[in-house]
Design a protein around this ligand. Structure first.
Ligand code: SF4
Length: 351
């Protein structure tokens, strides 16, 4: 069995192609160590040792949607909701820039109380700082995406979550998978650097389905892929999955590494959810194909209220100290903080 896996990994490293059956076979193999080493090698070869930092501002935890796995879902009455004012958002972005963050990520639930004009004003204010800007605001119309792009937004993150249409629509009531895909296509047409990704370990999700997800990311193709382990939130209808004590970290790492092998030049974040499942999880991800970290740069009071899932790690230091400490930790594993905007090499080369 091990020799078969080694053969498949050698093929993936050389050709960056695997079939759905081959991906499933690797995902089913109990040990991940061969896989992690292969993805680390490909990461070093194609995107180097730099780790790009993205300063994340989670500016509203209101959401009109009701996804069963998410703590921000509209029917969750246990969460304290907040919305940041425009000047608070701009101040957070300016502090991040001052602390050395060259990309800002603006993220929220699907909150229609911010009009297009307001979002455009925020985009222009942040772009005036000379940083790259990523948006993660959920599903919007083509016209809204276009207005954001014209205002200067560079990148957009919208996870497909799963390519299993039925599973998607069961877990995200009132949302349509077809519209999700349309949004991603609109973003591509508008020239965004497009990020997507999947949730790993969802109830009734199969390894075959995860293999299809990886192929979807490759064939779309995305410029950035965020792979998050599913963590059951006790304040959601999927709370019971918490009690099973199932830890999806290893499976998420495997999906992430296969994504790196098939898409060597994209950006891949070491996700916060990986750290939530295991202290050091984010560093494991960095040594298994990831090359991006997204530290939260909002005020601490807001950071703790953006509860997608339990156990979210909250940095206690101020953002400047966090960056300095991170630099020291990265040095120990032979990595450095990336300079400049850190655009995806896949995007820059037109792939
Ligand atoms: S996953 Fe996104 S769209 Fe769904 S409830 Fe959470 S924030 Fe809203």
């Amino acid at each position: 069995m091990e020799s078969e896996i080694k053969k498949l990994l050698a093929k993936a490293k050389k050709e960056h192609i695997l079939t759905q059956g081959e991906l499933t076979q690797i995902l089913a193999y109990p040990s991940g160590s061969l896989l992690y080493a292969a993805a680390d090698e490909i990461r070093r070869q194609f995107v180097g040792d730099e780790v790009h930092l993205r300063g994340l501002i989670e500016f509203s935890n209101y959401c009109k949607q009701n996804c069963l796995y998410c703590g921000l879902r509209r029917e969750n009455k246990k969460i304290a909701r907040y919305r940041m004012e425009v000047d608070e958002i701009l101040a957070a972005a300016a502090r991040a820039k001052e602390a050395g963050y060259e990309t800002i990520v603006l993220q929220s639930g699907e909150d229609d109380s911010y009009s297009t004009e307001k979002i455009v004003a925020i985009i222009k204010g942040i772009k005036a700082l000379g940083v790259a800007l990523t948006l993660s605001l959920g599903e919007k119309s083509y016209d809204e995406y276009e207005a954001y792009r014209q205002a200067g937004a560079n990148r957009y993150l919208l996870r497909i979550e799963t390519t299993d249409k039925k599973l998607y629509e069961d877990l995200d009531p009132c949302m349509s998978w077809a519209n999700r895909l349309k949004c991603l296509e609109d973003l591509k047409v508008l020239g965004y650097e497009v990020g997507s990704g999947v949730l790993v370990g969802l109830p009734s999700q199969t390894l075959e389905s995860l293999a299809r997800d990886i192929l979807f990311l490759k064939n779309f193709p995305v410029h950035m892929a965020g792979i998050g382990p599913f963590i059951a939130n006790p304040d959601t209808p999927l709370a019971a999955y918490n009690k099973e004590g199932k830890n999806n970290l290893e499976l998420a790492l495997k999906v992430m590494t296969l994504t790196r092998l098939l898409m060597p030049s994209i950006n891949i974040p070491a996700t916060t959810a990986m750290e939530a499942l295991s202290p050091g999880g984010r560093f494991r991800a960095l040594q298994a194909g990831a090359n991006v970290i997204m530290p939260n740069v909002s005020d601490e009071n807001y950071r703790r209220l953006y509860k997608l899932y339990p156990g979210k790690p909250l940095p206690l230091e101020d953002i400047k100290t966090y960056r300095a400490n991170l630099e020291i930790k990265l040095k120990k594993i032979g990595r450095s903080i990336g300079l400049g905007h850190g655009a995806s090499k896949a995007f820059l080369s037109g792939n």
